[in-house]
Design a protein around this ligand. Structure first.
Ligand code: SF4
Length: 361
């Protein structure tokens, strides 16, 4: 897998999807030496199951561990520290990582209990936990989801979990964006596999999951987050830490430079019964056999629109395979290409849908 590539896989079985993407990325070749200590860093910010949109599905880690062990890599460790105020041990238990580590005989480290040392992160001293620094190859397993302060959290921000709690507190006092960018000059991001199964609409703690049924892999954490921002309907400039990380040389912040390789077609999946804010937005949608990723793009786009913009929409927005070959005024996704106005893409990104809806209301 090349540094500028993003590999995307759709499906309903996260373990199988993770194994497929690892194979296609030739992950074993990227790692090299079988003796390397390999870290898996999920997002277990809180003690809530992955279906609620905050934490990484343990099946993704399971699929990767199976792949790694089959390829002769046995020095594996899962490491994470929940946010200040939550207990990582609880998160390991509630989120299924305790059981996973036991079953697969993989070490499990709570970074909240780890020692840390300060490192020069290109002009900013940041304390990083020893267990993360001891890893030779880090697999970052973030959730693509909204965040109440930074709007998006994905690969770059997930590395906050390798900080001691006192450093996490200091990051907030510094406004998050600048320290997140600096942290990633020292944090390893050797391979990134993003959980895009059902990340939260706008809150890192979950509660409003948006079903998208997708995983994507990257090697450049900045490009990864820039592309994720677009999927969620944001312009990259709205998330300052992406541009700051690019300026520090962490990676490329222009999603147009990503070579996106889809490993299969988006799935026509039963759209999960949405709750809360997602249900409110769903009232603007007329869905007939929509793929999850397409539907999610429309939900993300609608969530970026204000009341006035939503009020200007003329009726419900058709989306889904049930509209193939049909006529209409305005629709989203290639399946509605017979309509007078249709947002192209299969699936389109949230940013593309947002631009289309704003241009047609
Ligand atoms: S355009 Fe149609 S086939 Fe493509 S992702 Fe959307 S619903 Fe699925």
């Amino acid at each position: 897998m090349e540094k500028n590539e993003i590999l995307v896989v759709y499906g309903e079985d996260p373990a199988e999807m993770a194994g497929k993407i690892a194979c296609e990325a030739h992950l074993a070749e990227l790692i090299g030496d079988k003796k390397k200590r390999i870290g898996l860093k999920p997002n277990l910010v809180v003690s809530r199951p992955a279906e609620e949109g905050a934490t990484t599905h343990p099946e993704i880690a399971a699929g990767l561990i199976d792949y790694l062990q089959k390829n002769g890599f046995n020095n594996l460790v899962i490491l994470e520290g929940s946010w200040v105020g939550d207990n990582t041990q609880d998160a390991f238990r509630y989120c299924g990582y305790d059981q996973l580590a036991r079953q697969k005989k993989v070490e499990l480290i709570d970074t909240q209990l780890d020692k840390a040392k300060p490192y020069d992160c290109k002009g900013m001293k940041i304390e990083i936990c020893d267990s993360a620094r001891a890893v030779d190859f880090m697999i970052n397993l973030p959730v693509m989801k909204g965040h109440c302060q930074t709007l998006l959290t994905c690969a770059l921000k997930n590395n906050k979990g390798i900080l001691p709690d006192r450093e996490k507190r200091r990051f907030h006092s510094l406004g998050l964006h600048k320290p997140i960018a600096h942290l990633n000059t020292a944090a390893r991001n050797d391979f990134i596999l993003v959980d895009g199964i059902c990340g939260d609409l706008d809150f890192e703690e979950g509660g409003n999951p948006v079903s998208a049924g997708r995983l994507f892999a990257a090697r450049d954490p900045v490009l990864c987050d820039a592309w994720a921002a677009e999927q969620m309907g944001y312009a990259v400039g709205e998330i300052p830490y992406i541009g700051l990380a690019e300026k520090l040389g962490v990676g490329v912040g222009d999603p147009a430079k990503a070579q996106v390789r889809e490993l299969n077609q988006p799935l026509k999946a039963a759209v999960a019964r949405p709750g809360g804010k997602v249900r409110q937005l769903a009232q603007y949608i007329e869905e007939q056999d929509a793929c999850s990723a397409c539907y999610a793009a429309l939900i993300f786009a609608l969530s970026r629109m204000n009341h006035t913009e939503l009020g200007r929409l003329k009726g419900k927005i058709p989306i889904g395979q049930g509209f193939r070959g049909k006529k209409g005024s305005l629709g989203v996704g290639r399946c509605t290409q017979g309509f007078a106005a249709s947002c192209p893409g299969c699936p389109p990104s949230g940013a593309e849908v947002l631009g289309f809806l704003r241009g047609h209301s």
